[in-house]
Design a protein around this ligand. Structure first.
Ligand code: GRG
Length: 292
């Protein structure tokens, strides 16, 4: 199986499990429709793929990590729905489709995000209750909760909003993105490690994911600057137009490219140590070279 097929296999597994999970009996049809609209809008499933691959690379049973991988994708999707709202980034295009609030209205979009966040925790808790590996499942749940919360993604989003009214420096930009984008990526990787049972590898996995998270964000900024709106499936050039603090706006496009390469190559070295099959290294390179 080549790299693309391996990614496709994991994407299919996640999509099919998410599909089963979203068969929520008894909930109002409209809210489930709005949740599914964004969940199945064509996301790359990077975070769950990281969880499954790292679990597998560390000789865990990756099936054990599937409920947590799905929960992470639900949390990621909720964050995108809320980030696109008029009260936040006010975006009308995401994953190549009109954003959730454009289709369903602001109130339903807020509730669809809330619904996905709550359901993610329900899925994780059900896994904890039904599992005989409670300790690692509870630890994974705590890692994910912390990464999504005020010390992680929400904290980073608040720093981003506060940063709109002042000139943000490079240090602050790093610290904001470590939380806003990096925390959930790190949690995805740590979850795979914890569920594999190889906790002695947590520090290495954490260092890998920190480098990957920053590289991922710099590439995201580069794509906003020079990416193709059709390939990206979201509006481009907004960061520049709004004078937002981004790696490209602070460092320029060439330096940003060098920096994304530096962090990606650092992550690649660690990926080789984590995953002897080479898949994690290939995934890291794919994320560095991605066009969407
Ligand atoms: C609303 C609490 C709250 C948080 C929002 C993550 C975030 C915080 C906002 C998203 C803004 C953004 C575009 C950040 C850049 C990095 C990022 C998360 C990109 C989107 O992730 P991908 O490329 O998306 O994995 P897909 O659609 O493939 O899942």
């Amino acid at each position: 199986m080549d790299f693309k097929e391996k990614v496709g296999k994991k994407q299919n597994l996640i999509n099919s499990r998410l599909n089963q999970l979203m068969d929520i009996k008894g909930a109002p049809i409209k809210i489930v429709e709005a949740m599914k609209y964004s969940l199945f809008a064509g996301g790359k499933r990077i975070r769950p793929i990281l969880t499954l691959s790292i679990c597998e690379a560390l000789e865990g049973i990756y099936e054990d990590a599937v409920p947590f991988a799905c929960a992470i994708e639900m949390i990621h999707t909720y964050s995108l729905i809320h980030d696109d709202l008029p009260a936040m980034d006010n975006d009308t295009l995401r994953r190549g489709k009109p954003t959730n609030h454009v289709v369903f209205g602001d109130a339903t979009a807020i509730l669809a995000g809330d619904g996905l966040l709550n359901y993610a925790f329900e899925v994780m808790l059900k896994a904890v209750i039904e599992s005989d590996m409670k300790k690692s499942y509870v630890k994974a749940s705590e890692i994910i909760a912390k990464a999504a919360g005020v010390l992680g993604m929400i904290g980073g989003q608040v720093m981003d909003i506060q940063g709109e009214d002042k000139l943000m420096g490079l240090d602050e930009l790093y610290s904001m993105h470590k939380k806003k984008t990096g925390a959930l990526i790190e949690a995805s990787c740590m979850t795979g490690c914890v569920i594999s049972g190889k906790e002695e590898k947590l520090e290495l996995v954490s260092q890998y994911s920190k480098n990957l998270g920053i590289a991922f964000q710099i590439v995201d900024d580069i794509l906003d600057y020079e990416g193709d709106v059709l390939l990206l499936g979201k509006t481009t050039g907004k960061d520049k137009a709004e004078g937002k603090a981004t790696f490209v706006n602070i460092l320029g496009i060439e330096e940003s490219k060098l920096l994304s390469k530096k962090y990606s190559m650092e992550a690649c070295k660690m990926a080789e140590e984590i995953d002897k099959s080479g898949f994690l290294r290939e995934l890291t390179l794919y994320l560095f070279n991605r066009k969407h």
